[in-house]
Design a protein around this ligand. Structure first.
Ligand SMILES: O=C(O)CCC(=O)C(=O)O
Length: 274
């Protein structure tokens, strides 16, 4: 059961209707600064360079698997306002599909138009199965590459032809905002025509019965996962969806981190045959 929350209901309805919504003043300034510092440090430590594909952006620094790269990133998937909306739109037992930094440098071209679930062989339009939360760690402007979206396109009966030309609007928002959108929405990163970088973290959730884009159970070492807040462990997949999917020999994965299973398997509840 999700707790009553009129603000979350309104944002969830906006996503269902328009495909997106923006949470303003959602990232407290100290958290935003801490995230920027952590990313800058990571870039230095890891010597992170530009990605090498047109999709990822050849003047874009992408850092994947952020949960494993520092506790500074742990609050991101747990953001209470975002989670309240995501649980409504997707599933109370949703998963973290991926968590990555997408930093556009000056000169980055526009990304090819796409949607993030376009390989999933389910007919469109459909109920949302994945949701993106784009955290604006700097202002998002048309000029610096704000994510471009096609409002209402989550209802189209097909994904875009990859890289197709189509009218889009720039999801401009001040630093500290979070753009939430149904991953079936046609979208793309914009072109950065300024002299400054566009800083963002993409926090991508999916329904609990879907395979995650990043394999969190392998990507996050057990000794780190053991220290995570329980909700974050669940989001990574240290849990069993509906008491059925994700068990290991009838055990909840959380037991492998030293935790206790929270409920029986679905078949433990099933009426026993006489
Ligand atoms: O950087 C952006 O604004 C969007 C990135 C994106 O859509 C993606 O990489 O899938």
């Amino acid at each position: 059961m999700t707790a009553p929350d009129a603000d979350a209901d309104a944002h969830a309805n906006a996503i269902r209707e328009h495909g997106f919504t923006v949470l303003h003043d959602a990232i407290p300034a100290p958290l935003r600064h801490a995230l920027r510092e952590a990313l800058e440090q990571l870039e230095t430590d890891a010597g992170a360079g530009f990605a090498k594909t047109r999709f990822e952006g050849t003047r874009t620094v992408r850092i994947y698997n952020l949960l494993a790269r520092g506790e500074a990133f742990w609050p991101v998937p747990l953001h209470p306002r975002v989670l309240a909306v995501a649980e409504r739109v997707l599933d109370p037992e949703l998963l973290l599909s991926s968590l990555s930094a997408i930093t556009l440098a000056p000169g980055q071209d526009a990304q090819p138009l796409h949607e993030d679930t376009q390989r999933i062989p389910l007919p469109r339009p459909r109920a949302p199965i994945a949701l993106n939360a784009m955290w604006a760690l700097s202002d998002f402007t048309e000029a610096n590459g704000a994510t471009r979206i096609v409002p209402g396109s989550h209802r189209f009966d097909a994904p875009p032809r990859y890289g197709a030309e189509h009218p889009t609007v720039a999801a401009e928002m001040p630093a500290g905002s979070i753009l939430l959108f149904d991953s079936a929405l046609w979208h793309a990163g914009g072109a950065n025509r300024t002299e400054a970088r566009r800083w963002a973290i993409a926090c991508y959730y999916c329904v609990g019965w879907m395979r995650q884009q990043e394999n969190q159970l392998l990507g996050v070492p057990g000794e780190l996962a053991r220290r995570m807040p329980r909700r974050l462990q669940q989001l990574c997949g240290w849990s069993v969806w509906q008491g059925q999917y994700g068990h290991v020999d009838n055990h909840d994965p959380i037991e492998f981190l030293g935790g206790e299973r929270e409920r029986p398997m679905i078949w433990d509840d099933a009426p026993r045959k006489p």
